[in-house]
Design a protein around this ligand. Structure first.
Ligand code: FES
Length: 111
């Protein structure tokens, strides 16, 4: 169980290992930042501007997510390994609605 004010998201890393991350809903964080805080291999090169796709992940749970904005869609158009359930972690803000979210990190693209 998460502390009050926190939610728990599960992140499957690139080795198939699941990590349960507890994330605060009151710090204006996004999924990319939470992964980085737990030292998962998410680069977040652009700092969350939807410009790099290093936070690309696949949504595995049926969690209801906010719709994609144009910049996220544009970036995913250019990213590698994109699937129907692809999202950019930096565009998913940590709110109560994301409690129980399960994601998998997308493979790293060659740079
Ligand atoms: S951190 Fe660059 S697109 Fe998400």
């Amino acid at each position: 169980m998460a502390e009050p004010g926190n939610i728990v998201i599960t992140v499957i890393d690139r080795h198939g290992e699941a990590h349960e991350l507890e994330a605060p809903t009151d710090m204006n964080m996004n999924v990319m930042e939470v992964c980085k805080a737990y030292e998962l291999p998410v680069k977040g090169t652009c700092g969350g501007m939807a410009l790099c796709s290093t936070c690309h992940c696949y949504i595995l749970s049926d969690t209801e997510l906010p719709d994609m904005k144009d910049d996220e869609e544009d970036m995913l158009d250019q990213a590698f390994f994109v699937e129907d359930n692809s999202r950019l972690g930096c565009q998913l803000r940590i709110t109560d609605d994301l409690d129980g979210l399960r994601i998998q990190l997308a493979p790293e693209a060659e740079e």
